[in-house]
Design a protein around this ligand. Structure first.
Ligand SMILES: *Cc1c(COP(=O)(O)O)cnc(C)c1O
Length: 963
């Protein structure tokens, strides 16, 4: 027997080998194809020497899956999971197990991309439409979106909507009721400061005296108080102000809806509909408004349209409102939202249905009544007699004693308000919890009995929800919420939707700029550990030492990878990171007496979120041209930077450029901007081409966001969640986000928050943690190199057939490549859309379409795709090229060809008549390999224009689906 050493055997168990698609022999074949002698040789040809890292990453060796899981489990064990009664917008919940396993833990749901290709995304679009319907029913509004990032940012979006839509154009004042959750106030005030709006925080009742463009109320209040707010709403509207109401979804099951009370916007968090607290996130926020404000709605809306067969079909509606089209004029900068979590919440509503939800809400409320009765029977006073699930109890001097006793008993109470404690109950509350609460508040000898209190309540009745605030309107009457209440039915419903969607568990999704790499199972497993899932974001720090250790270590690694000095994990998407980074830049200028600097240079090729974020800090966008090679036009940059030097705030630039090229001039660009007093914001979306080879810090930039949901393996979730931490150089560190409930870092005190939770979407950070731990420094660098090899391999193989735009030095691309379809469109009439849809017939998701250049496709294979998969994709693209040739030559009719008619559905193939000039087999099985694993789009091409003209954003009646 050959003598392999133990070390060699252990190396063969390396995770790196599993994360990276091509093995050693494929790698050599691919290197040969691209004409490089080794990986090193390819990298030297591709990445400019001037920006290469002089030393390897200071990240340890890779760990096996088993070892990394074991060590993270030890860290997680440092978290103390108390029973949480803190409330403040976060509540414990039972994630129905059928949803936990079949959605949250299922790659069919979590690895999907944002539904930009709706024909292969009808499943999650349906789940999101259900989310919108649920939002409409519970809020009593006309129109809802398909999730925002969290309650605080949703409230901030409501403020900006109010500013846009209010007819009170004179007022610059936004009113915030003092019983809004404190973290929401913090997020809204940060946003107001950036926009230059004035805010006032005062008793809700005082709103009538103010002249405001908008107001934010909370219902029920953060103290639990339930009051009729219709008169307050009317008073603001009388003076042409817009009223937004932050509401609790669970309470709305029993309470009169804010819509019925006249609200203009209703928003809040859908967390307690089955989504774990997760130390603050991710959760979906809901947002609903009047039909009249539909063009002003932030974020994504799902709408009903029809396909070419006239069948109902879903897609994202009114996309022209959004950042990728409207840029600095967009309603918001939101790109990645919270799709996976919105889907979970909507499935929760589907599973429980209206009756099940009423039972859950009523039980919570009954427990609250029992708790109230017990406490008041012993002489304690409630600050508010009307409540749903939260009591504010006057305890005066004994507050600290009670809070301490509770902690000893493993119970977290709300303790941030003077002389009172807050107690919020939830779906998981039990009789034992109530007795434990009596015990710590009243002493062990309280003598109270739950049954007795309950019977007393039955006899006396309860007026904690006054008659005029009891909901009388129906909820969730649509069939979808009344059909799947057994686990078998629910399991099949979830599966039926999953089957409509193409995700990474079917084939590669080569989305340029989005880095759809492997989301390894070992990375996902810790997300649903209770040690991470069950923590309330405002739990005392000593209970969150596991989180602290994990976040600190991950932060150190990311600092090393980016070459920055400090990092903030708070932003919960890339676009939020941009916003947070620009705030840091603005505050830095202000601190130096340069508050007038307000010009943000942005190359014309930038992602839409860049200009949209610049607008959010009140910066003026000045576009810098790109030359015909896709690089920043240096002459134009120099002129503009010099011209605007007095007011230059920053440049926002992406590296490698959005054109997929390592610009040689990047350091010079940084120098020019610095010379003229500006800061450099480097958009980190393309970090997958940097990690281990170069870094933003080395290149000379001052601040970047990372998209952990791109480069660092957090799955896209079908359109979210994301995490967008920002790294900064030391001079910007004092201007990172802070948090008013739990300060995040002494040096940043008072900067304000950009997200509701101090560490944003903390519960998915273990994914990136595991990735880095299992890859180690060398593995991470190898991943970058292989991503570059894979992209160059595709570019090389396609280049004889399609023009590859924008090559860098030595004709190399970075980690993605753009192929130009415009010449073919000219000669054949076949569009990039036709090619994208035809790829569905071949079993692939289309690459990024028409970004950064209209009429092109941007392909990013990532390091995780094996050569066999790349070859399958290349084969599809080459076959499609031949099909285009048949249209070019006139062999196929310009309107009746498989490209124009793509995607083909089973319905097409099963039609009794087939009147096309090509046959059924070519339509559905264009190459032999497709037959092995055929993916059927469930609808034909969808008519966007029809859908926008006839906007329907709620669930259509079931009859619509019958032929
Ligand atoms: C994805 C992306 C963003 C925005 O990130 P989100 O997480 O979707 O908000 C910004 N810039 C570029 C270049 C991107 O690719």
């Amino acid at each position: 027997m050959s003598q392999t050493t133990l070390t060699q055997l252990e190396q063969q168990q390396d995770f790196v080998r599993r994360h990276i698609g091509p093995g050693a022999s494929e790698t050599s074949q691919m290197l040969e194809t691209v004409g490089a002698t080794s990986l090193d040789d390819l990298i030297q040809q591709t990445v400019p020497a001037s920006i290469r890292l002089p030393q390897p990453l200071a990240i340890g060796a890779s760990q096996t899956e088993a070892d990394a899981l074991a060590s993270l489990k030890n860290i997680a064990a440092k978290n103390i999971v108390n029973r949480s009664f803190i409330g403040m917008g976060y509540y414990d919940t039972h994630t129905p197990n059928v949803i936990l396993r079949n959605v949250l833990e299922n790659p069919g749901w979590y690895t999907a991309y944002t539904p930009y290709q709706p024909e292969i995304a009808q499943g999650r679009l349906q789940a999101l439409l259900n989310f919108q319907q649920m939002t409409l029913d519970l809020t009593g509004m006309d129109l809802a979106s398909a999730s925002l990032l969290d309650e605080g940012t949703a409230a901030a979006e409501a403020m900006t909507l109010a500013k846009r839509m209010s007819k009170n154009k004179k007022s610059n004042l936004f009113f915030i009721a003092d019983d809004v959750h404190p973290q929401t106030i913090n997020v809204v005030q940060t946003r107001a400061e950036m926009f230059g709006f004035d805010t006032i925080v005062a008793k809700a009742a005082d709103v009538a005296e103010q002249d405001v463009f908008g107001a934010l109320l909370q219902y029920p209040g953060t103290t639990g108080e339930v009051q009729d707010i219709s008169a307050l709403i009317a008073a603001v509207q009388d003076k042409k102000g817009i009223v937004a109401v932050a509401a609790d979804l669970m309470s709305l099951i029993l309470l009169k809806s804010p819509g019925e009370m006249g609200a203009d916007v209703v928003l809040g968090s859908a967390q307690r509909f089955g989504v774990p607290m997760g130390y603050g996130g991710p959760h979906a926020a809901f947002f609903a408004t009047r039909d009249a404000y539909k063009r002003s709605l932030p974020g994504r809306i799902i709408g009903v349209s029809q396909d070419t067969r006239g069948r109902p079909a879903l897609r994202m509606a009114l996309q022209t409102r959004e950042q990728h089209i409207r840029r600095e004029k967009a309603n918001s900068n939101i790109c990645t939202a919270q799709v996976l979590l919105a889907n979970m919440a909507s499935f929760y509503a589907v599973y429980h249905g209206p009756e099940g939800l009423k039972t859950i809400a009523s039980r919570i409320h009954r427990f609250t009544d029992i708790l109230a009765k017990g406490l008041t029977s012993k002489g304690l006073t409630l600050a508010y007699k009307q409540y749903f699930d939260t009591l504010t109890v006057k305890v005066g001097e004994s507050k600290n004693t009670i809070v301490e006793a509770a902690l000893k008993a493993g119970l977290n109470l709300r303790s941030d308000l003077d002389g009172v404690i807050g107690i919020s109950l939830d779906e998981t509350t039990t009789r034992a919890d109530i007795l434990a609460l009596f015990g710590v508040i009243l002493g062990a000898e309280h003598g109270l009995d739950i049954e007795q209190l309950d019977n007393q309540l039955v006899a006396d009745g309860s007026d904690s929800i006054p008659a005029e605030l009891v909901r009388t309107s129906d909820i969730l009457t649509h069939e979808v919420f009344n059909s799947y209440h057994s686990e078998t039915e629910m399991l099949r419903y979830i599966k039926s939707l999953e089957n409509k969607d193409l995700a990474l568990n079917h084939s590669m999704i080569s989305l340029g700029s989005c880095t759809m790499k492997l989301n390894a199972t070992a990375e996902m497993i810790p997300v649903t550990w209770p040690e991470f899932g069950k923590l309330h974001p405002f739990a005392p720090m000593q209970q969150a030492q596991g989180y602290k250790a994990m976040i600190d270590e991950l932060g150190e690694w990311l600092i090393n990878i980016t070459g920055y000095d400090n990092i903030s994990m708070q932003p919960n998407s890339g676009a939020q990171g941009e916003y947070a980074g620009l705030i840091a830049i603005r505050k830095y200028h202000e601190s130096r007496g340069d508050a007038h600097r307000n010009i943000c240079l942005i190359p014309s090729s930038a992602h839409g979120t860049n200009p949209a974020s610049a607008q959010m800090v009140d910066y003026k966008v000045v576009v810098v041209n790109c030359d015909k090679n896709g690089n920043v036009d240096m002459a134009d940059l120099k002129t503009k930077a010099a011209e605007m030097a007095d007011n230059l705030a920053c440049i926002m630039i992406t590296y490698p450029s959005t054109h997929g090229v390592y610009e040689e001039t990047i350091s010079e660009i940084c120098d020019i901007v610095h010379q003229h007093g500006g800061q450099v914001y480097l958009d980190g979306a393309n970090m997958n081409a940097q990690v281990g080879l170069t870094s933003p810090g080395l290149i000379g930039s001052d601040v970047s966001h990372l998209n952990l949901h791109k480069t660092f393996c957090i799955p896209h979730g079908g359109g979210g969640p994301g995490v967008g931490p920002i790294g900064v150089k030391a001079h910007l560190a004092p201007f990172l986000p802070d948090h008013n409930v739990l300060g995040v870092d002494a040096s940043t005190k008072g900067n304000g928050a950009v997200s509701s939770a101090p560490w944003g979407s903390a519960s998915i950070l273990p994914i990136s943690y595991m990735y880095i731990k299992m890859m180690g420094g060398k593995g991470l660098k190898k991943a970058t190199e292989m991503a570059i090899l894979n992209a160059n391999y595709i570019a090389k193989k396609l280049s004889g057939h399609y023009p590859v735009l924008y090559k860098g030095r030595n004709d190399r691309v970075a980690h993605e490549c753009i192929i130009d379809l415009r010449p073919l469109k000219e000669s054949s009439g076949v569009t990039e859309m036709d090619v994208a849809k035809r790829l569905n017939d071949y079993g692939f998701h289309a690459p990024t379409m028409s970004f950064p250049v209209a009429g092109t496709l941007m392909i990013e294979p990532t390091e995780s795709e094996a050569k066999a998969e790349l070859d399958r994709f290349i084969e599809a693209m080459l076959c499609i090229r031949e099909e285009i040739a048949k249209v070019e030559s006139g062999e196929w009719d310009a309107l009746d060809n498989p490209l124009h008619n793509a995607p083909h559905t089973l319905a097409d193939i099963c039609d009794s008549e087939w009147n096309h000039s090509y046959d059924r087999q070519l339509a559905a099985y264009p190459v032999a390999s497709v037959a092995k694993n055929k993916f059927w789009p469930t609808v034909n091409r969808i008519d966007d224009v029809f859908g926008d003209r006839n906007l329907i954003c709620s669930c259509p009646s079931v009859d619509t689906y019958r032929d």
